[in-house]
Design a protein around this ligand. Structure first.
Ligand code: PEP
Ligand code: MN
Length: 264
């Protein structure tokens, strides 16, 4: 179903009327995690002022340590929806557990994110294949392109064809940055599938100063959009502080990316 053979023209996924996969690129900005109503109010303002079309924010966080902040849970969905709603920005947030899917539907989450660590959580994939919400499927930490395509096929097989691939960097021998952004995956996926491909430069680089270069490369290589972390006060972020852009940095990045998208 996800193969371009079945659908030679690219698919455009509409998210509350916003087209992803068409002529325009879409930028999804926001914090790694939802923290407080004040943080979310400033973040939403920054996302909107920068010209992003959607807002991200994690309420359920897949943390390496069980003792690290795990996200606010349902309270976080509440804060995200409230802050983004003020600017009419669709919301993107990660679902980790099938038991929360009904809650995500009740909160009318616009785009459900499946994180890298759950790319091959087949039961989770089957469940999100049964809803009518667009799904961002992040690439697993060391997943091949064919494993990633097959993971998407699990979602599509259930009837939900609104799938967005998100390259977020892969594990290699290199330790100088968090992950290696696989730019090659962009043209390869665009050839293999009709579905949109976006890139998360934040989890790839792991450092805010690397984010613009990676995002620019992604758009130049044909990405349909960018998922990027921004915090109103990066140094104080509860999660992924090193890679968060400031609102001003996000704004200038969005301007640059628009110019690159028009040029390619
Ligand atoms: C995230 O986007 O918040 C996240 C946890 O990313 P990943 O699943 O790519 O590590
Ligand atoms: Mn993060």
């Amino acid at each position: 179903i996800v193969s371009r053979v079945t659908h030679p023209a690219g698919s455009v996924i509409k998210i509350r009327g916003i087209p992803l996969g068409g002529e325009q690129i879409q930028i999804i900005g926001g914090p790694c995690s939802v923290e407080t109503p004040e943080q979310m109010a400033l973040a939403a303002q920054g996302v909107f002022d920068a010209g992003c079309s959607m807002m991200r924010g994690g309420a359920f966080k897949p943390r390496t340590s069980p003792y690290a902040f795990q996200g606010l849970g349902v309270q976080g969905l509440e804060y995200l929806k409230e802050a983004a709603g003020r600017y009419n920005l669709p919301i993107v947030t990660e679902l980790m557990d099938v038991r929360m899917l009904d809650t995500f539907m009740e909160y009318d989450v616009d785009v459900i994110q499946i994180g890298a660590r759950n790319m091959q959580n087949f039961d989770l994939l089957k469940e999100v294949g049964r809803v009518n919400k667009p799904i961002i499927l992040k690439r697993g930490l060391s997943a091949t392109i064919s494993e990633w395509l097959m993971a998407a096929e699990y979602i599509a097989a259930g009837g939900n064809h609104n799938i967005i691939f998100c390259e977020r960097g892969i594990r290699t021998f290199e330790t100088a940055y968090r992950n290696v952004l696989d730019v090659t995956a962009i043209p390869v996926l665009k050839k293999e599938t009709h579905l949109p491909v976006i890139v998360d430069p934040s989890h790839a680089g792991g450092k805010a100063w690397m984010v613009p270069a990676l995002a620019q490369a992604a758009v130049a290589a044909g990405a349909d959009g960018i998922l990027v972390e921004m915090h109103p006060n990066p140094c104080e972020a509860w999660c992924d502080a090193d890679q968060a852009l400031s609102p001003d940095e996000l704004k200038s990045l969005v301007t640059t990316l628009g110019a690159i998208a028009r040029a390619v």
